[in-house]
Design a protein around this ligand. Structure first.
Ligand code: TRP
Length: 468
C-alpha cells in the first residue's frame, strides 16, 4: 500500500499513541462497572483466579493475533480476512465482529448514559444525606421509572460520534493521556476509603470484602463461572470482534506489537482489580448484597463518596474520568463499524459515521429502556447449574449473546486462522518487524495460538452445555 493511501486511512504516530488508544479501548465500563458485578454474582475469588488465567493464557495471545492480522493487512476486520483468504468464508469473522459491535455498543451506550446521569447527580449533590438503601432506591427509580436513561444514552452516543468523526488523534488521544491517569488516582483514593470504612461486625467489614474478592472458594467453581470469566475477559480486553484488528491496522511497521499487547493487558487487569478493591470492601461494610447485578457500582460508590472527606469533588472527578474511559472504549466499537462500512461499502467516513451511529443508537434505545418501557420484553433464562429461573430483558440478551457467544467464537476463529491457516514465517515476519525485533516467545505464542487457546475455549463451551 502506498504511503499516501496509508495516511488517508490514519495511523498511530507513536508507540505511545497505540498504547494509549488500545488501553483506552480496553479500560472502560467493562473494568469498573461490569467486572465487579459479574465477580459478585459468580461468587468472588474463584472467579478472579479463573479470570486472571484466561487473561494471560487466552486473552493475550488473541490480542496479539488481532494486532498481527490488522497490521499485516491494514484493513477493517471484514476486509482483512477477505484479503488474507480470498474466496474462502473467513470474512464471516468480520461480519460477526460487526454484529457484535452493534450489540455491544447498544448496551454500552445505555451504561454510558447511566454514567452521565451519575455525573449529573454528583454535580448537583444528590447523594448527600442518603443511606445505602436509599442509593439503591435512587438507581432503581432512575432506571425503571423514567425516560432519563434514553436521554443520556443519546447524549453518550452523540459524544462518541463527535469524537469518531473529528478524528481520533486530536480529541480523544489528547484528553485520555490526561484523564486516564486521573481515573487511576481517583480509583486508588476510593479504594483506600473503602478499605478504611468502619466495620459493623466480622461479616459486615471491609476485610470481609477483601476476602470475598481474593480468597478463592473452589466450591463456587462451576461451568457458569468459567463461561462468565471467559466472556468478561474478552470484553474487558476488547478482543474477539476485530476492534484490535482495526486498531492494529493503524500501527506503524516499526512498533513492537508484543510489548504493546502485554502492556495493554496488564493495565487493563490492574484497573479491574483496583475497581474490585474499591467496591467490595464497601459492599460488605455497608451490608449490601454483592449479587446486586448491573446496578452494583452505581449503588455502592455514592455511599463511599458520602462517607469521605472531599467526597463531593472526588465523585465529580470520578464520573468525569469514567465517562472518558467509557468514551475511549465506545469509539473503538464504533470505529469497527465505520471502518467496515466505509471501506467495504464504499461510503465516505462521514456518511459511514452518521449511519452507523444512528442505527446503533436506535438499538441502544431499547436497551436503555429495558427496565422501563420494554420491561416485559424478556426471555426466561434457566441457570443450568443452579436451576434458578430469571428473566432476561433486552439489555441482558444483547450482553449475553455478544459476550458469551460472539466474542469467544470470534476469538476462536481468529486464533485458528492465525495458527493453522497462515504461513508461520509470515506471522513471524510481521511480529518481528521483518526480523528487526527478537521474538523469543514466538514458539510459546504459536503453541498457545494453535492448541491451548482453541482447546480452552472449546472446553469452556462444551462444559457450559453440559457435555462433561
Ligand atoms: N473493553 C471495553 C471495556 O472494558 C469495551 C470494549 C471496547 C469492547 N471495545 C470493545 C469489548 C471491543 C469487546 C470488543 O469497557
Amino acid at each position: 500500500m502506498s504511503q499516501s493511501n496509508l495516511s488517508a486511512r490514519g495511523i498511530f504516530t507513536s508507540k505511545f499513541g497505540i498504547i494509549a488508544a488500545a488501553t483506552g479501548s480496553a479500560i472502560g465500563l467493562g473494568n469498573i462497572w461490569r467486572f465487579p458485578y459479574v465477580l459478585g454474582e459468580s461468587g468472588g475469588g474463584a472467579f478472579l483466579l479463573v479470570y486472571l488465567l484466561f487473561i494471560i493464557g487466552i486473552g493475550l495471545p488473541v490480542m496479539l493475533s488481532e494486532f498481527i492480522i490488522g497490521r499485516a493487512t491494514r484493513m477493517n476486520p471484514f476486509g482483512a480476512f477477505r484479503k488474507l483468504a480470498p474466496g474462502r468464508p473467513w470474512f464471516i469473522v468480520g461480519i460477526m465482529g460487526t454484529i457484535a459491535a452493534f450489540m455491544i455498543l447498544a448496551f454500552y451506550g445505555a451504561v454510558g448514559g447511566w454514567t452521565l446521569e451519575y455525573l449529573y447527580k454528583s454535580v448537583t449533590n444528590q447523594f448527600a444525606g442518603k443511606s445505602a438503601d436509599e442509593m439503591v432506591q435512587m438507581f432503581e427509580s432512575f432506571r425503571g421509572a423514567s425516560y432519563r436513561p434514553l436521554l443520556w444514552q443519546i447524549a453518550f452516543m452523540l459524544l462518541t460520534f463527535l469524537i469518531v468523526i473529528a478524528g481520533i488523534e486530536k480529541g480523544i488521544e489528547k484528553y485520555s493521556k490526561i484523564l486516564m491517569p486521573i481515573l487511576f488516582i481517583t480509583l486508588i483514593v476510593i479504594a483506600v476509603r473503602s478499605l478504611t470504612l468502619p466495620s459493623l461486625s466480622d461479616k459486615a467489614s471491609p476485610m470481609a470484602g477483601l476476602k470475598f474478592l481474593f480468597r478463592p472458594d473452589f466450591s463456587k467453581l462451576n461451568a457458569n463461572v468459567l463461561f462468565d470469566a471467559l466472556g468478561q475477559s474478552f470484553f474487558s480486553l476488547s478482543i474477539g470482534m476485530g476492534a484490535l484488528i482495526t486498531y492494529g491496522s493503524y500501527i506503524k511497521k516499526s512498533d513492537n506489537m508484543g510489548s504493546t499487547a502485554l502492556i495493554v493487558s496488564l493495565s487493563d487487569t490492574f484497573a479491574a482489580v483496583l475497581a474490585g478493591v474499591a467496591i467490595f470492601p464497601a459492599v460488605f461494610a455497608f451490608g449490601l448484597n454483592p449479587q446486586a447485578g448491573e446496578g452494583l457500582v452505581f449503588n455502592v460508590l455514592p455511599s463511599i463518596f458520602n462517607s469521605m472527606q472531599g467526597g463531593y469533588v472526588i465523585s465529580i472527578l470520578f464520573f468525569i474520568c469514567l465517562t472518558v474511559a467509557a468514551l475511549t472504549s465506545a469509539i473503538s466499537l464504533l470505529e469497527v463499524v465505520v471502518a467496515t462500512f466505509s471501506e467495504e461499502l464504499g461510503m465516505s467516513r462521514r456518511k459511514a459515521s452518521v449511519i452507523s451511529t444512528l442505527l446503533i443508537t436506535l438499538l441502544g434505545a431499547v436497551a436503555a429502556l429495558s427496565w422501563y418501557v420494554f420491561k416485559d420484553f424478556s426471555v426466561k433464562n434457566i441457570n443450568d447449574v443452579t436451576g434458578e429461573i430469571s428473566a432476561f430483558n433486552f439489555f441482558m440478551i444483547l450482553d449475553y449473546i455478544s459476550l458469551k457467544y460472539l466474542l469467544p467464537l470470534g476469538g476462536l476463529l481468529i486464533v485458528i486462522y492465525l495458527g493453522w491457516f497462515s504461513p508461520r514465517d509470515k506471522v513471524l515476519k510481521e511480529l518481528s518487524n521483518e526480523g528487526k525485533l527478537k521474538v523469543n516467545y514466538f514458539k510459546v505464542l504459536m503453541f498457545l495460538v494453535r492448541f491451548v487457546v482453541p482447546i480452552a475455549i472449546i472446553i469452556v463451551f462444551l462444559n457450559e452445555v453440559g457435555v462433561f
